[in-house]
Design a protein around this ligand. Structure first.
Ligand SMILES: [Zn+2]
Length: 67
């Protein structure tokens, strides 16, 4: 089972899930989740690395991502 990166024009395999916590202004990047949640996006390794948060937000990166 593979899922593709959710970024436009990117068809790489997703390895991470990015979740926006709007209440706390935190972006969480963690291992690919098996359950799709609201406000979450699947990302490939490259896009997970490059993701930067909106101004004023914090980023929390969980343990090493599989590559
Ligand atoms: Zn990508």
């Amino acid at each position: 089972m593979t899922r593709a990166c959710s970024r436009p024009a990117c068809s790489a395999e997703a390895v991470a899930t990015l979740t926006y916590d709007y209440a706390a202004s935190i972006v969480v990047i963690g291992p690919l989740s098996f359950v799709r949640e609201p406000h979450s996006y699947d990302l490939c390794a490259r896009h997970a690395e490059r993701t930067s948060p909106p101004r004023g937000w914090q980023v929390i990166r969980h343990a090493k991502l599989a590559s």
